[in-house]
Write a new protein. Structure first.
Length: 600
């Protein structure tokens, strides 16, 4: 038994020796190591000419060496600001349809000159996914540094068998003038890795070592639980370029159903969604303390990318062989070429977008803030109290929604597939409506026929709606609740496929708006990382963004049915939804019985 224990200890020591930092020299100070904060260090990693020669684990060890600067260091997640950031004047443009959004994403990758930061919850191995991968490959070949951050639920299969993401690690740019160093490289990281035996063993080894260390010399250990997921959708181009920086943030993932083209239209359901294109108007070359909007987006991205629970795809269990790499490159090139050939109108639209004035004209300006739910990553398992979010993170999406609701004088429109409001928010809405009979609140959300998650629909039907509609003093004209889809949907035996609602945005008084990744459901509010773009146009007369979002809301209402209408009654009593109704009621009982609301 003793020999087995000794052998195991030697094996673990060899396995993790290079991954565990040394603290023998306690006299080292921050200034003697880097002379910079974690945030500045992250920027140096991105822009420094030698960053791509270092492994992900080396970079993580260097961040750990800064623990003297961060006494309560857990991970870069903890670096988020505890003060509300100031809104900055920027230009924004809505990407209202999937085809335009896909063209804009490809255009950003093609226009990139130095860096690309890409983060998505879902990155599918389909036409759209392979087109984006092929465009990334070409960007790296031009010398662009690319970072890809994917949630581990999407990348789990890639850790074992799929070569979709592992092939990115083999991408290399052109050689430098000296003929040795390459100028571009791609990094792929899985956020809060679900299945990583190596990291799991390392975690418990580090926890054991911490038992013999003082409080100021603890080894950082990942304490994010498995239900903490990355739900962001970001493409950030040339964040440090004062003249070329652009970003796309919104609800669309990288998959066919979010960007339907003619060649695969109708193969599966389509998502109704919304993205926003951001163009910074501040000269980054003269800014201080990262006061540009794209700089703040990059700050947020850095905190997630260097989260201690992440795993680099270079450490995947099944490695990529040379033949598999060639096969993968051939596949993405072939699928990309065929897709463009089968969609000539889209190809023409993309070329016109790049060569024309799409990225120069058609923008609207406003005071823009980047909001998030970064505080969720280290909160206790599903137990964060909504009323504490403002104290934990003044830049949270939840806090921004609440602040705008309180400012509203006339109208509030909220569109989200998985609506969930706190009791505080519900009571405010009802009181706000009763104060003025001319006020109007509209909610567009999913129905049992079009929702792809029965659990979330259970919360809508049995928790939220009864609370919102229990006051007889509020008229139907004031409180409108619309469920996406109509009774002629193919799900109900009809001939029209309405698809799924996936757009997430809010409009206040037709002058302030928020486009976000958050569904405003319990998971988005207390478990996931989320990002949003808050746009204030109250000082302008045009209010183009708010008006376009209101028009989109009207369009969605035209394809929805209203609460308590005859159509609503017929749909709810449809035999086609019999089993869904039964499952929804059963989930409602279980959720209430075990208080599982915030884990849905």
């Amino acid at each position: 038994m003793r020999s087995i224990s000794i052998s195991f200890y030697i094996l673990v020591s060899i396995l993790f020796y290079r991954m565990t930092p040394s603290y023998e020299n306690n006299s080292r100070t921050v200034s003697s190591i880097f002379g910079m904060s974690c945030l500045d260090h992250a920027n140096a990693i991105i822009l420094n000419k030698s960053w791509y020669n270092k492994s992900f684990n080396t970079l993580m060890r260097e961040r750990i060496d800064l623990q003297d600067y961060y006494k309560n260091f857990k991970s870069s997640i903890d670096d988020f600001e505890k003060v509300k950031t100031q809104a900055l004047r920027s230009k924004v443009k809505l990407l209202k349809d999937g085809e335009t959004s896909l063209a804009a994403k490809i255009a950003l990758i093609r226009k990139a000159k130095s860096t690309l930061d890409i983060s998505y919850y879902i990155f599918s191995d389909d036409e759209v996914g392979n087109i984006i991968l092929n465009e990334i490959r070409k960007a790296v070949a031009r010398g662009v540094h690319v970072r890809v951050l994917i949630d581990s639920t999407s990348i789990l299969n890639a850790s074992l068998f799929s070569n979709q993401f592992k092939s990115l690690l083999k991408f290399r740019g052109p050689r430098g003038i000296d003929g040795t160093k390459r100028m571009g490289k791609a990094e792929v990281v899985a956020f809060n890795e679900l299945f990583s035996p190596r990291k799991t063993v390392r975690k418990y080894v580090d926890m054991a070592k911490n038992l013999f260390r003082d409080a100021d010399n603890q080894i950082p250990v990942n304490d994010s639980t498995v239900n903490r997921r990355l739900h962001d959708k970001i493409i950030l181009m040339d964040a440090e370029d004062p003249n070329n920086s652009l970003a796309i943030i919104g609800g669309r993932n990288i998959a066919n159903e979010y960007h339907t083209l003619d060649s695969f239209r109708g193969e599966s359901f389509e998502f109704e969604d919304m993205d926003v294109l951001i163009k910074d108007t501040k000269d980054i070359s003269i800014r201080t303390e990262r006061s540009s909007l794209t700089g703040r987006i990059q700050d947020y991205y850095d905190k997630l990318f260097y989260h201690i629970g992440n795993s680099h795809m270079a450490n995947a269990i099944v490695r990529l062989t040379r033949s598999a790499y060639r096969k993968e490159i051939g596949k993405m090139s072939r699928i990309s070429r065929k897709t463009f050939k089968r969609n000539p109108q889209f190809n023409a639209k993309l070329n016109n977008m790049i060569e024309g004035d799409f990225f120069e004209e058609g923008f609207d300006s406003g005071l823009v803030r980047i909001v998030n739910e970064l505080q969720n990553i280290h909160s206790p398992w599903g137990r964060i109290k909504y009323e504490k979010i403002a104290d934990l993170n003044p830049n949270s999406i939840t806090n921004e929604i609440w602040s705008n609701m309180q400012k509203s004088q006339h109208t509030i429109d909220i569109v989200t597939p998985y609506a969930h409001f706190t009791d505080k928010e519900v009571n405010f809405i009802k009181l706000w409506l009763k104060e003025n009979p001319n006020r109007r609140f509209r909610l567009v959300t999913s129905s049992l026929a079009t929702n792809d998650t029965i659990a979330s629909q259970s919360l809508i039907d049995y928790n939220l709606i009864p609370k919102l509609t229990d006051d007889p003093n509020i008229s139907k004209a004031q409180l409108e609740i619309h469920y996406y889809g109509k009774e002629n949907d193919t799900t109900l035996g009809g001939d029209i496929n309405y698809g799924k609602l996936h757009a997430k945005y809010a409009v206040f008084d037709n002058e302030r708006s928020i486009v976000m990744t958050s569904n405003l459901d319990p998971r988005s509010r207390s478990l996931n990382s989320e990002i949003g773009v808050s746009i204030d146009q109250s000082a302008k007369s045009s209010n183009i963004i708010s008006k376009e979002l209101t028009e989109k809301t009207e369009d969605l209402i035209g394809r929805s049915h209203q609460h308590n209408s005859r159509e609503w009654q017929r749909i709810n009593n449809s035999d086609a939804l019999k089993w869904k109704r039964l499952a929804s009621r059963l989930i409602h009982i279980i959720v209430n019985l075990f208080n599982l609301e915030r884990n849905i």
